[in-house]
Design a protein around this ligand. Structure first.
Ligand code: MF3
Ligand code: CO
Ligand code: CO
Length: 278
């Protein structure tokens, strides 16, 4: 019997996973989330992004999983680290962080053949008010979008929800990169756009696994690819922020596979709590 012959696809070629697959995805997602939690205490001024990459490689080994990005289409790293006006796919480098830098760290791992993909924002030192506002809006855009997903609604509804929210805060949504179907492969159908029109696009069905990962810019939505072929930056050099979860559609809503085990998804949770505790 062919394994791939057993894969159930809907009419839009989107895989509909089985009940038991949710537990596999939770296992994979929780490792990605744990690595992102572990990183919280590593990010500070003076640290180079390659140091963070090495920390991630050590954790991947410690947790007995595999990197999904190492060797993926020629990419040579276990993380993407996107600082300030870098929108996504920043390559870890010798450059060290300065106070006020904001950065997205994106980690995708494979456990038992299942992919867990998540990213979140980190802050080095003391951020500007506008950087904090951007991070808040990027975080809330993801969570409000996720909250809108349930069987019967559409991917266009999701995109519209995210777009409306960003625009209501006079920020823009990147259109050049999207979320993706995920599961036993890294990038599958469908493309998950973070903008759209209500009622358009494929309908959500129980068993769909995909990422939602909106990139929000303080300025214009346009991006440009640097000559390294990976790094995407805002054309107007405005700050950009992104949060990403891997989720599964249930009969009533969603399950988030990449929830932070230590509730550290939102970067200032921890700092605010520390400040309020005396
Ligand atoms: N993790 C990224 C995503 O959210 C993909 C990174 S692919 C890489 O889809 F090759 F740039 F690492
Ligand atoms: Co990712
Ligand atoms: Co992704």
């Amino acid at each position: 019997m062919q394994i791939f012959g057993r894969k159930k696809l809907n009419k839009d070629s989107i895989v509909l996973h089985e009940k038991q697959d949710f537990a596999e995805m939770t296992r994979a997602g929780q490792v990605a989330a744990k690595i992102l939690d572990d990183l919280c205490d590593q990010v500070e001024p003076g640290v180079r992004t390659i140091d963070l990459e090495h920390f991630i490689i050590d954790k991947i080994e410690e947790y007995g999983v595999e990197s999904a990005t190492m060797g993926y289409r020629g990419y040579q790293h276990a993380s993407c680290i996107s600082v300030n006006h870098v929108v996504c796919h920043g390559i870890p480098s010798q450059k060290s962080l300065s106070s006020g830098d904001i950065l997205n760290i994106d980690v995708t791992i494979i456990l038992n053949g299942w992919f867990g993909d998540s990213s979140r924002m980190y802050i080095a030192g003391k951020p500007s008010i506008r950087a904090l506002r951007l991070i808040q809006v990027a975080h809330d855009a993801l969570m409000i979008g996720l909250d809108s997903i349930r069987p019967g609604k559409t991917f266009g509804d999701l995109g519209w929800t995210i777009q409306q929210f960003a625009h209501s805060h006079r920020m823009s949504v990147v259109r050049d990169f999207c979320g993706h179907g995920i599961g036993r492969s890294f990038h599958a159908e469908p493309n998950v756009l973070h903008f759209g029109r209500p009622g358009t696009g494929p309908v959500f069905e129980e068993g769909m696994f995909f990422t939602v990962e909106p990139m929000i810019n303080l300025g214009r939505p346009g991006t440009r690819l640097l000559p390294d072929g990976w790094t995407a930056v805002t054309r107007d050099r405005s700050l950009s922020a992104q949060f990403e979860h891997t989720i599964g559609v249930t009969s009533t809503g969603i399950e988030i596979f990449t929830l932070s085990p230590e509730n550290r998804f939102y970067p200032t949770n921890f700092q605010l709590r520390a400040k309020n505790s005396h």
